[in-house]
Design a binder for this molecule. Structure first.
Ligand code: 5GP
Ligand code: ZN
Length: 119
């Protein structure tokens, strides 16, 4: 896992518009954009606009972080018309969790039947 600091964090740069991404939706505190390397027909990432290294780094302001993030994730899934067939929200934390970008993000995966359990 890359423990990107705020200054060299690729997702901070996507949130600020410094590097391009296919933005799907944006609120005051969260941004949703298409994953560069999609693992399903629909693969969108939802991030807080401010830098938080991962789920394990959310502090006492937890509700202020999770509520807008998960609200945007479920809203985007609805926009993508995934509600009926279903979708998966994934959050990888740390090396064993498979996290590769050190800025908190939730994956929305949909458009195909996903296997369980994950490998
Ligand atoms: P993780 O493995 O940390 O849970 O997920 C990181 C995700 O970010 C991966 O699915 C990867 O494809 C995606 N990703 C990495 N760099 C970029 C980028 O520059 N732009 C976009 N849109 N997605 C990226
Ligand atoms: Zn960041």
């Amino acid at each position: 896992m890359t423990r990107d600091s705020k200054t060299d964090c690729i997702f901070c740069k996507i949130a600020s518009g410094e590097i391009p991404a296919r933005i799907v939706a944006r609120t005051d505190s969260a941004v949703a954009f298409h994953d560069l390397n999609p693992q399903a027909p629909h693969h969108v990432l939802v991030i807080p606009t401010r830098h938080i290294a991962g789920a394990a780094f959310v502090g006492p302001e937890a509700t202020d972080v999770w509520a807008p993030l998960m609200s945007l994730a479920t809203e985007v899934a609805k926009q993508l018309e995934l509600d009926e067939k279903g979708y998966r929200l994934v959050l990888n934390q740390g090396p064993d969790g498979g996290q590769s970008v050190g800025h908190l993000h939730v994956h929305i995966l949909g458009g195909r039947r996903l296997s369980w359990p994950p490998g």
